[in-house]
Structures are given as C-alpha cells and as structure tokens.
Design a binder for this molecule. Structure first.
Ligand code: 9UX
Length: 72
C-alpha cells in the first residue's frame, strides 16, 4: 500500500534544515520517499499507512525542532 501526503513544515531556514527533515523522515519504517522544499516549507512523503502514521511523522519532525501540520 502506498499513500502520499504533503505536510507543512515550519522553522526551516536553510537547505540543511530541509536535509535534516528528510533524513529523520526517511529513517521511519514505512516511509519510502521524501522530498522537502525549504522555500515552500512543504514535505512530500510517500509512505505505507499500515506501517507508519502521519502522527509518527509529525512527532519525528517536532523531535528535531521543527513544527509540522497538515495543510489546510
Ligand atoms: Mo541551517 Mo537549520 O544552518 O536548523 S540547519 S538553520
């Protein structure tokens, strides 16, 4: 099963921030693909929703000091 989501990530101010967020998301089991854009603040994620939840991703992002939310 492959699902896709785009999260709004807050607090990224340089390209390394985007790499930090990508790295922490790719480390999660069930996440297959991550693309983070520092200028838009968007993280596009492909994942298996039976393995990992959006809340797991949000927590992983917040654990390294950024904020994450669903786009409205
Ligand atoms: Mo860039 Mo982000 O120097 O926490 S890595 S600001």
């Amino acid at each position: 099963v492959r699902d896709r989501i785009t999260l709004d990530v807050g607090g990224m101010t340089c390209a390394s921030c985007a790499q930090n967020v990508e790295k922490v998301l790719k480390r999660l089991n069930g996440v297959s693909s991550v693309n983070v854009n520092v200028s838009t603040g968007k993280a596009r994620i492909e994942y298996n929703s039976s393995v990992v939840s959006v809340d797991d991703m949000r927590k992983a992002i917040e654990d390294i000091g950024y904020s994450a939310s669903m786009p409205v």
